[in-house]
Design a protein around this ligand. Structure first.
Ligand code: ADP
Ligand code: ASP
Ligand code: MG
Length: 480
């Protein structure tokens, strides 16, 4: 073998050696993959046929459960605890009937006993929310965590009754985070150490750990959550902590598609994406992956595979360091709605330093994330997802210049490695939607995205037309 360690890269060499040792595969099943008794049965089948991969399982709450729990906390925060408790009766009925359908009588009974304890605890938290509305965010996390906890207990029981030795592990003992309730950031060193010490012994004895995604705990032991859709992120964190062979995201579609299938029915599976491409797509609206999922995988070059739990034998999408060089430069189109754009115009900007710092300090002060930014000599345009603090932000920005706010915008992001070096892509995008007013055009520094804003009402039409132009048979455009 002539290839040196240097040539193949240290991380890859290490992984080659580790291939001969036990390398787990982290498999995450989303809400629709555990939405019903049949879906649980299906997941159990997928796992039983993949035990050789040393699975570590991450599971979301049953579909709709997080939404219902969240809505109940809002009702409670309006002082209506009894109504809040009543509003989630269906959550318990669904788990109970799934347990009765899937488990033997004694196991089902023991699960239902735990379910009843959970019902009591959730009720107590909801009452506490009405008494202490100032603690809403932390109490909300405590309530939401039950969604993932209940589904992970159920999956562990289902597996055990089907011959797989599975152990429910409380994710709060593995994922250690800061105190930012609702969108907590994991503390990497602590999370890695805790996950390794808890999970590696189980993996080595060939037991299958089952963890709820999305949830963690602060250093002081308070329950936190990683943000909506965060179970993907849990899977990626555990994958990195355990130096997994692969991180698999099992969902209800066959991989990352060329566009959102809810908008474009002709969207097709993208077989391979680079980490950068997948991150851009996730960030700009491809809900199939939580935007933070890719980050933990990058450092150790862990492949991320997106698979369809309803069609497990279909080839989904493989996300890894190298992208396949395809004749097509555009790989996929993502979009997100509910965006606000803000334009600040000021002659003071001309040749002055410190202006941009002052401007971004306003957003920092209000903890508001800025997505896309473009500048000219005298103006800055930017886009925001979260406009909750907008009135105060605008008031402060007005000290710097004239401010124009446009609500009801959508961002469209055309993604493909090497986009910048391919002539004609922008021309084709704009000629395809030439009758739609485009603002805030940005070609990312990464050279793999081309992003712009339009009016929200026209986003479906725009994405459909762009998809036709770049991906559908009749197209004969640039990049194919
Ligand atoms: P899960 O519950 O498994 O986490 P999500 O609902 O979070 O699943 O994500 C899967 C959904 O993402 C799909 O059903 C699809 O509607 C949506 N989606 C949006 N954009 C894309 C895309 N480009 N490729 C695949 N799915 C997408
Ligand atoms: N159950 C959580 C949510 O609905 C986390 C997830 O599904 O990834 O956001
Ligand atoms: Mg999801």
């Amino acid at each position: 073998m002539e290839r040196s360690v240097k040539q193949i890269g240290q991380a890859e060499a290490y992984r080659t050696i580790r291939n001969f040792m036990i390398m787990p595969t982290v498999m995450k099943f989303g809400g629709t993959s555990v939405g019903s008794p049949d879906a649980f049965e299906n997941v159990a089948h997928i796992i039983r046929t993949r035990l050789a991969l040393s699975p570590v399982l991450v599971v979301s709450a049953m579909s709709g459960v997080t939404d219902a729990l969240l809505a109940s906390t809002v009702i409670a925060s309006n002082g209506r605890a009894d109504e809040a408790i009543g509003s989630i009766a269906d959550v318990f009925t669904r788990h109970q009937s799934a347990a009765k359908t899937l488990l033997s009588q004694p196991t089902a009974q023991s699960y239902i006993n735990h379910l009843e304890e959970a019902r009591t605890h959730i009720g107590d938290y909801l009452k506490l929310i009405t008494l202490r509305p100032a603690q809403l965010r932390s109490l909300q996390d405590a309530v939401l965590a039950f969604g993932e906890t209940l589904s992970s207990w159920l999956l562990a029981d289902v597996l055990n009754e089907r011959g797989v030795i599975a152990v429910a592990v409380d994710a709060r003992e593995c994922v250690i985070t800061d105190d930012e309730h609702g969108s907590a950031a994991p503390l990497m060193a602590e999370t890695f150490a805790a996950s390794q010490s808890l999970l590696l012994p189980l993996i080595e004895t060939e037991w299958v750990p089952v963890l709820g995604g999305f949830i963690g705990a602060s250093r002081t032991g308070r329950t936190t959550t990683l943000g909506r859709g965060g179970s993907d992120y849990t899977a990626a964190l555990l994958g990195a902590a355990l130096d997994a062979r692969e991180i698999q995201i099992w969902t209800d579609v066959t991989g990352v598609l060329t566009a959102d299938p809810r908008v474009v029915s002709a969207a097709q599976t993208v077989e391979r994406l680079s980490y950068g491409e997948a991150a851009e797509l996730a960030y700009f609206g491809a809900k199939v992956l939580h935007p933070k999922t890719i980050q933990p995988a990058i450092e150790d070059c862990i492949p991320v595979r997106i698979c369809n739990s309803h069609a497990p034998d279909k080839v989904g999408t493989l996300v890894c360091a190298q992208t396949e060089s395809t004749p097509r430069t555009v790989k996929a189109i993502a979009h997100k709605t509910g965006v606000t754009t803000v334009q600040i115009t000021s002659a003071r900007m001309l040749g002055a330093y410190g202006f941009l710092r002052a401007l971004f300090e306003v957003f920092e002060k209000h903890r508001t994330v800025v997505d896309v930014v473009t500048t000219s000599e005298v103006s800055v345009s930017l886009s925001l997802d979260d406009a909750a603090s907008l009135p105060s932000i605008v008031r402060e920005l007005e000290q710097l210049g004239t401010v124009r706010v446009e609500k009801g915008r959508a961002i469209i992001c055309v993604v493909g490695e090497g986009l910048r070096g391919t002539p004609g892509i922008a021309a084709q995008v704009f000629s395809t939607i030439k009758d739609i007013n485009v603002t805030l055009i940005s070609q990312g520094a990464s050279s793999i995205n081309f992003t712009f804003a339009i009016e929200e009402e026209r986003v479906k039409e725009a994405v459909t037309r762009l998809h036709e132009a770049f991906f559908e048979e009749k197209a004969a455009g640039v990049g194919r």
